[in-house]
Design a protein around this ligand. Structure first.
Ligand code: HEC
Length: 124
């Protein structure tokens, strides 16, 4: 006789917990996927910005860009939309200094271009 037959209740609870855990993982993407960490692949899209500047840009994102709404996934919007609309608009709303705006912009565009290269263009 298997363990499952001897402990049907425990098995049911374990199964329910496992299902819940899977749902939670599917529903919320990790912060690494939403706002990718700076790495070597990203540096080749950085247009000369240093790893330090990109890392500061990511820090600005995680600080200033989650005050009014949850962290927007960089992959959810296309490169041109970030460049032409979202970054100028939201940097103003977040009251960033010109240097913060420049570092945030370098980071987001490098991250977005890296996603394009790795996964192909996505987003609106
Ligand atoms: C003062 C509040 C505020 C701050 C700070 C803010 N946002 Fe927003 N954001 C909004 C609102 C409100 C919207 C809803 C759309 C709109 O009103 O344009 C929005 C929408 C967005 C969208 C969706 C845009 C679209 O075209 O659908 C993105 C992406 C975004 N914000 C990114 C950012 C980033 C990156 C930062 C940091 C620089 C930031 N936000 C900081 C208020 C804010």
């Amino acid at each position: 006789m298997s363990i499952a037959n001897r402990h049907p209740r425990t098995t049911r609870i374990a199964g329910a917990l496992l299902a819940l855990a899977c749902l939670a993982v599917a529903a919320c993407r990790s912060m690494e996927q939403v706002v990718p960490p700076v790495g070597p692949a990203m540096l080749s899209s950085a247009q000369g910005a240093s790893a330090e500047a990109l890392t500061r840009g990511r820090g600005i994102y995680l600080d200033a860009c989650i005050r009014c709404h949850v962290a927007e996934a960089i992959g959810d919007y296309g490169l041109e939309r970030w460049r032409a609309k979202i970054l100028p608009d939201m940097s103003r709303r977040a009251k960033l200094s010109p240097q913060q705006t420049a570092e945030l912009t370098s980071y987001v565009l490098a991250a977005r271009e890296t996603l394009d290269r790795v996964a192909g263009p996505t987003g609106r």
